[in-house]
Design a binder for this molecule. Structure first.
Ligand SMILES: [Zn+2]
Length: 320
């Protein structure tokens, strides 16, 4: 079996060190969030509508609630559209992310990840629809380097770039119906994921594919580290579906799930790196980490992976 080093394309713990780009990114996010009024209400689950009563943790003053039906985790109170627009499109943070320096740094760091990801996508396309060339739409990308990568894809005929973030300026307005939609690490920052997926579904031909990746709230490191996780924060992480939540959501939007896995390799690493930040009452975990047994950690990660308990979802769905 080929094991891919598969990780989130957002900030990672090991990227965080003083003076790093990612440390600055996180600080700008925190500055923005610190200025906002903190919510005191809990909205129902954004995908199934179940009332939510349980708060898993607070990050920078913003509570994250659990859906009792699917263990999907998300901001307890959904931010309004203006705040989201500001955070993602018109803030010091968004300017920083759009800067040449930042984009270059990401392209350098993510090169292997993107190669890997493209290889995975190619494999899925070939398995589920064939080996021709297809129209492809990528939604809400914020890394210019990834779009450059996509342009080299063997399965691509036309590429539509939908609702991208600066500095990408190739937004395709008159998108045709497409064979394949790519939604890479986008769902986690959606306040209304169902609306987005329904909008996307309208543009995919029946039988066409939606290929998506997303952080999962039911993953090991998220449930373990909770508010002490360095890489889960508002507004970059608004909605963190469990595998069950993801499947429910895709069905509602008119897709049939063909495969869903959590191939993450880093949950144990995240927890191990958290060190003193592991919540004190996680005795079992603290005990395991203190054994300093790399093989044991690897075996645990294998267990998480095989049982869809890791915190990054990869999913392929077919338009009904
Ligand atoms: Zn729910």
């Amino acid at each position: 079996m080929i094991r891919y080093e598969f990780v989130d394309s957002a900030i990672r713990d090991e990227d965080l060190h003083p003076d790093s780009f990612f440390d600055r990114e996180r600080k700008l996010a925190k500055d923005f969030i610190d200025d906002l009024e903190k919510p005191h209400t809990i909205d129902p689950c954004p995908i199934c509508g179940s009332p939510r009563n349980e708060i898993l943790f607070k990050k920078w003053g913003f509570p994250y609630a659990i859906c009792p039906k699917s263990w999907t985790i998300g901001l307890a109170s959904l931010p309004n559209e203006n705040i989201m627009q500001e955070y993602f499109r018109h803030s010091e943070l968004s300017d920083f992310r759009a800067s040449r320096k930042y984009q270059d740094e990401v392209s350098k760091k993510r090169k292997d990840l993107w190669e890997n990801q493209l290889g995975w996508i190619e494999g899925r396309v070939s398995r589920y629809i064939g080996n021709e060339k297809y129209t492809v739409a990528d939604w809400e990308c914020r890394f210019a380097g990834w779009i450059d990568f996509l342009k080299t894809a063997g399965f691509k005929d036309k590429l539509f770039v939908q609702e991208p973030f600066a500095p990408i300026n190739e937004n395709t307005n008159d998108i045709e119906e497409t064979d394949i939609v790519l939604l890479i690490d986008v769902l986690q920052r959606e306040a209304k994921p169902l609306q987005l997926l329904k909008r996307i579904a309208k543009k995919v031909k029946p039988g066409g594919l939606l290929i998506t990746t997303c952080r999962s709230g039911s993953g090991f490191d998220v449930l373990t580290l909770q508010g002490n996780s360095e890489n889960i924060f508002p507004m970059d992480h608004i909605f963190l579906p469990s595998p069950q939540g993801m499947e429910f959501l895709l069905n509602e939007a008119g897709f049939e799930v063909l495969e869903l896995a959590t191939p993450g390799l880093l949950d144990m690493k995240y927890v191990q790196n958290a060190g003193e930040n592991i919540p004190k009452n996680q005795y079992f975990l603290r005990y395991i980490i203190e054994q300093r047994d790399e093989l044991l950690l690897e075996r645990m990660q294998g267990f998480l992976q095989r049982n869809n308990l890791s915190s990054h979802i990869r999913c392929v769905a077919r338009k009904k």
